[in-house]
Design a protein around this ligand. Sequence first.
Ligand SMILES: [Fe+2]
Ligand SMILES: [Fe+2]
Length: 315
Amino acid sequence: MKIALFADVHGNKAALDAVLDDIDRHHPDAIVCAGDAVNPFPGSEAVWRTLRARNIPTVRGNHEDYMLAYYQPDRNPDIRQLIQFMPIRFAARQLSTQTITEIDALPLTHTVPGPHGDDVLVCHASPLSADRSFSAGIDADMATALARIPTKTIAGGHVHMQWQMRWRDKFLVLTGSVGLPFGETTAAQYLMLTHRNGRWHARHRIVPYNLAETVRAITDSRFLVEGGPIAWLMLDELLTAELRMVPFLRKFCPTPRPETLSEWQNWVRRYLEAIGRWDALQPYIREAYLETRDALTASPAAEKLYSPRPTDCPR
Ligand SMILES: [Fe+2]
Ligand SMILES: [Fe+2]
């Protein structure tokens, strides 16, 4: 028996298409999506509709939670307020009401029945939560949660890097990312689980895809304007497979955080200059940067236009 498991598409439709083509060529018995299908890239709605059209069981990732928080602000009011969450607001506004409703109904885990009861539990980060990975360490809470699960194999995503380990009688395995991989390659990644000799074996697969098509979808959309300067960092993550947003927020961006969009732009620019990426990004972000910089210089009121913070739920 074979299970194809993928995760972390993040709205990258060209990468999803390439992975699904590769999966189809291997004729697995089951296909599962381990969350973070959407947000931030502009193909989020198309990615979601593809998963539904193909009836691919999907679990809830933290990025699905972010989409829900935009429409149900009690879950996390910061999503509607903070400048650093502009890419989330951009992505959430791209989703149809039907998609939001379907995302709202997603389970945290999904069990794929295996041979002789050797099932596979699929989650996003861990069976405990959509944003706490067991790869970061198994503390007492995580150990209790894992021990309570009857399945021996637990598979997910979230870390955007291939990872696996054995813990007590469990096989824990995480797939690399389809749409926003970190590590040695920008190519899309997924996981093929094969049941052989009485147990599950993982094969991590790397699938080249048309990255230029995704970059074009980004520059053809308003992502780099309405997603604010954090969107520039996400584009650079896509182009380099290197972390940008987390190191910027943890080590470079001052605390308390800058208050205006102009200040955020300046800090992101300084960061990109410091790591030698500002010039490389110019062909993609220059138009968006100049449009917002000039508008903000002409009138500070333009901030409302570029970083809309809705007070009423639009749906
Ligand atoms: Fe992710
Ligand atoms: Fe995630």
